[in-house]
Ligand binder design. Sequence first.
Ligand code: ACO
Length: 364
Amino acid sequence: MADVNPGLEGVLAAETTISLVDGSAGRLLYRGYEIGDLASHGTFDSVTALLLEGEWPAAPASLPPAALDEPVLAALHGLPPAAAPLDALRSGVSAWGAARGLDRPPTPDEARELIALAPAIVGGFARLRNGDDPVDPAGADGLGVAGRLLHAITGEVPEASRERALDAYFVCCAEHGLNASTFTARVVTSTQSDLASAVCGAIGALKGPLHGGAPSGVRDQLTQIGSVEHAERWIREALGRGERLMGFGHRIYRTTDPRAEALRRVAEGLAGDEAWLKLAIDVEDVALRLLAEHKPNRVLKTNVEYYASVVLDGVGLPPDLYTPAFAVARTAGWCAHVLEQAEHGRLIRPDAAYVGPAMRPLPL
Ligand code: ACO
């Protein structure tokens, strides 16, 4: 029987000029630029221009604010307040696509419109579920996409340090090669479907804890551990039960995820809860030691979600908006891949090894 590779590790399914994820060197480049430099010196809006257009913009880029139009508002109003905010984002994107009249092939203008709309959808739902009206994005003039997410949730212009921290987080999460959600977006695009369908599929793939659903898991884990004195026992017990530590391990990186390093610097620069940051740093050391002992043949290092959780907590996001915030940032990468796939790609259609019953008569 032919070899089966169920996780598709090592399978090259596309050529891309968007990002390089070098797992052994622990390096991430967007169009040739290192993630650490982009997080320290770039903005998410400029990184979006880089991802969509291929070059660093000559002047700092700024995506225009987007308001929720009637079809999107109606979709959000139709959801129960207890709905998962990521489902609300998927529903809002779907309603936008249905009403917008999308072109084939997808265009950079559609991509910019959707990236600008995403924070308004997440913030709009976060307010509607509490009985508040969505805010007028005009009040967020001068803010980038990340700052507009905070404004859309709270109705207030965020402190500059918080806006800057969330913006750096957005830069770190904007793009990451052919991960599960981006691959999903490319599969949908490969059938000559539209941008909204591709991004809805990607949001669905991001929802699971093995991909985008981990940062609130990191928070829960730190809350349960409580203090560094309890860390060793708690972690040993969790590993003994066969559980995975949230915020550690990666399919590609065989060393520390470079985004974790960049986000640790952001967390350290954010005037937030010092004790919480110290707990995260101390627990990370214990976890790395015990993971090396637990799986000596598998390199399990800190991934992006670990310090993401500290940054998102520090900027005041409620835990159930962590993954939606990640999705807003990743919309930039998804859209860049949709455009690339639409331009150069081929219908993606792998094969499966049939292991079911041999041909047999119907038991009539
Ligand atoms: N804690 C404990 N053990 C782990 C962890 C972990 N965090 N990660 C992997 N392992 C173990 C697995 O149990 C497995 O052991 P086994 O061989 O005895 O079955 C071995 O290491 C290899 O694991 P795989 O599942 O093959 O690794 P994979 O590449 O599929 O997984 C993943 C990567 C999903 C990120 C995994 O490391 C994990 O579940 N981490 C915890 C969840 C998490 O942090 N998710 C966020 C990922 S970052 C992102 O996608 C944005």
